[in-house]
Design a protein around this ligand. Sequence first.
Ligand code: ADP
Ligand code: MG
Length: 390
Amino acid sequence: MTSSLSQELESRFIDLFSVAPQVVVRAPGRVNLIGEHTDYNDGFVFPCAIERSIWMAASPRSDGQVRAYALNFEQSSTFPLNAIEKTQNPDEAWSNYLRAIAAILQREGYTLTGVNVATYGTVPIGSGLSSSASMLVAGGLLLASAAGIDIDLKRLALLAQRAEIEFVGVNVGIMDQFISALGQRNHALFIDTRTLEYEAVPLPSEGVQIVIADTNKKRGLVDSEYNTRHSECEQAVATLKENLPSIIALRDVTIEEFERFAHTLPEVVRRRAKHVITENTRVLESIDALKSGKLSRFGELMNASHKSLKDDYEVSCVELDALVEASRSIDGVYGSRMTGAGFGGCTVSLVANSAVEDFKARVPALYKAATGLDTTIYVTKAEQGAERLR
Ligand code: ADP
Ligand code: MG
């Protein structure tokens, strides 16, 4: 599927620009298996890249312009590299991701060249599988490659994160860009978001699948709620610091320390901190469970993560809860949880191979009965991160 889509993109590119692309890249979307809302608290996450990507093709131009075409929208957008501005035109909004990463690369001193660009993606858009991070990582790899720059993928991830913070205005952590850039086939990455050290942990190659289900609920408040959670975590750190002066982030607080000083925090902030601190320990435990083949334990930790996100962090919603409940009712589902920022988006479940058909056959009706909505199901293995294909 991958190679035929990139061939399709190349042939559309030739139709559009009457020249063959010199560079073709791909960057995948992602799903986080466990470790939610921990990445902006210097904590641990455990995502994998998914078998859905954004492909981009480019050929050089000598006039310093970027002429881009989005095949998903059949829309074009042009901007000059020497005066990049965010476009307000809704038809061209997708190009803001290219503009953002181009602007950040140049701000970092990279000399880019003008390019014709065509993009095509299979990452569901706005579903929480991070098509935005794929756009930024693919765009960065494309622009750098077209300019003859061999960019380190970890550095690219950090620049893509900055692009999303400075351009999109959401104070995101590093997880999405990092996994899109550095994911490994058949592995999830255990990432320490403070040090950016990471370990690729093999997922069972036989026997289980990652099943993603989309609530198809339009996410409304997610950006503002996200920023609110971010500042509640900062507030927790500021208060806990009075008793624990050496802490820098919630990552530094043990469960014992938290229990000792929880009473110093306002009730809501206390629950936010509790989620982050317990979630970090769940990530560590889940990796041990996976390494020793204890999939049932891994699933229990996924379920506990969902409960913590629902009750303490309060970023779930009736649709996510209904989908998780429907998923868990299928025999052979090890665990199921919301994934991503919340308030809609997707769930992720670890499902025995033998149960995948049953999941696909029964979960949609259960979910529809509970919410009136249709779900969309994506079965995936862990995919390789960003790569240059040509
Ligand atoms: P998510 O990251 O959860 O998928 P976002 O709202 O953060 O959702 O990002 C979605 C935006 O990313 C889209 O509105 C569009 O601007 C851009 N985008 C995603 N996929 C593509 C694509 N295939 N082509 C062009 N732009 C895309
Ligand atoms: Mg996004």
